[in-house]
Design a protein around this ligand. Structure first.
Ligand SMILES: Nc1nc2c(ncn2[C@@H]2O[C@H](COP(=O)(O)OP(=O)(O)OP(=O)(O)O)[C@@H](O)[C@H]2O)c(=O)[nH]1
Ligand SMILES: [Mg+2]
Length: 389
């Protein structure tokens, strides 16, 4: 009996002992004690945190791709067309003008008798081609006189004389060179002005390409801060040929962007800084004041070398009136006549020079990146009259 009791006691002690060892372990698994618990929970979150960490580099991939895209144009830089003879190459773009000058005018000249009616028709043709009344009268009067004195009769002769008179009206001796060469240890500075949509930004880009084609280095200043898209547009032109663009915050001070652009141009020793400005309407006095300020602030670095007025040829005599206001605010040194490919009124070149007294230095003949040509009066007149007549 004593043995049985002893055995039972032993069994109970054994069971309690085993239970004392096993239950806490089981409990530890279910409810982790304060010390051990966090270790388990910490272990897992790191594993969970690692997962997002792996995702983050994935998410960063797009910016890397964007970075590559930005570099792409730099790697595959475009080679702009050489500038020599561009006007001759682009002469077909003046076809709409040719239909006025070439066909209309020359068919009158080919008549047997150049009577009063014929001369009137010639006058009308020139006026409708936007040559302007004053200039037309001078040209026709001179031509009539030559035909009378020289007794010219063949169409080819009259055409040649008309070409001479038109070329003379374009003042071929004016200095049409662009001052783009660096001097006094700093870049040449070109300011581009004009009304909304005239083609300022496009022309800035095209001029940059012309200079780069000629082996120069160029920097663009996006002083049109009214729209971020304006700076993007200019920057795109720059990236295509590897030129830097200095830009400021949207709505920022255009004068300070222009100042910074010239400063950057000096620091990086570029040859030419081209500053694009916002389109400004001549009746917005405040905006014109701002343009004056841009010029004054830029001139803290030294004088502006060229101020180019961009004029849309399709706006005709109207555009001329708007243009005059610019010449009063900034000292315009040259006119760029854009969109001559889109008008039958190529004679506007004559009117522009006559009314503004400023040489037309370049002409825009299309939306393509190299559709800008140095203006050469005799080549232009030949293109207007057409070669086959
Ligand atoms: N056909 C033709 N289109 C041109 C020429 N020059 C510019 N354009 C077009 O005219 C439009 C306006 O040109 P922009 O360079 O943006 O004009 P902008 O003066 O900078 O305009 P704002 O910045 O709005 O004042 C664009 O669609 C150009 O492609 C040209 O010589 N011929
Ligand atoms: Mg613009």
């Amino acid at each position: 009996m004593e043995y049985v009791v002893a055995a039972v006691i032993l069994l109970v002690v054994l069971v309690v002992g085993v239970a004392g060892l096993v239950v806490p372990r089981l409990r530890r698994r279910e409810l982790p004690p304060p010390g051990a618990g966090p270790a388990t929970t910490i272990e897992r979150p790191p594993a969970e945190e690692e997962a997002p960490e792996l995702v983050v580099p994935d998410e960063e991939l797009p910016p890397l791709i964007v970075g590559e895209k930005v570099e792409e144009p730099v790697r595959e830089l475009e080679t702009p067309e050489p500038t020599a003879g561009r006007l001759v190459r682009l002469r077909a773009r003046l076809a709409r003008s040719q239909s006025v000058f070439g066909r209309g005018l020359l068919s009158v000249l080919s008549r047997d008798h150049l009577d009063e009616d014929a001369w009137e028709e010639i006058e009308d043709s020139l006026i409708s081609a936007d040559v302007g009344v004053e200039a037309t009268q001078v040209i026709v009067q001179r031509l009539r006189e030559r035909v009378r004195v020289l007794g010219t009769r063949t169409v080819a002769e009259v055409r040649a004389q008309l070409a001479e008179e038109l070329t003379a009206a374009l003042e071929p001796d004016l200095d049409r060179s662009l001052k783009t060469a660096p001097h006094d240890g700093r870049p040449a500075v070109l300011l581009v002005v004009g009304v909304n949509g005239a083609g300022k930004t496009t022309t800035c880009g095209k001029i940059g390409r012309v200079l780069i084609a000629d082996g120069r280095t160029v920097l663009f200043g996006a002083a049109d801060t009214f729209r971020a898209a304006a700076a993007d547009q200019l920057q795109t032109w720059g990236e295509r040929v590897g030129a830097e663009t200095v830009r400021g915050p949207e709505g920022g001070d255009p004068a300070s962007v222009a100042f910074d652009a010239v400063k950057r141009g000096i620091d990086t020793s570029v040859d030419t800084v081209l500053i694009d400005t916002a389109g400004r309407l001549q009746n917005k006095v405040g905006l014109m004041d701002e343009l004056g300020k841009v010029k004054r602030v830029v001139e803290k670095h030294g004088p502006v070398d060229e101020t180019l007025l961009i004029l849309d040829a399709t706006t005709g005599q109207n555009g001329l009136e708007q243009a005059r206001v610019f010449t009063e605010v900034v000292d315009v040194t040259g006119v760029v006549l854009t969109k001559l490919d889109g008008t039958a009124k190529g004679g506007i070149v004559i009117a522009v020079q006559r009314k503004l007294g400023i040489p037309v230095k370049l002409v825009g003949l299309g939306e393509g990146p190299d559709d800008l040509a140095p203006f050469e009066p005799s080549a232009f007149v030949e293109a207007l009259l057409g070669s086959d007549s």
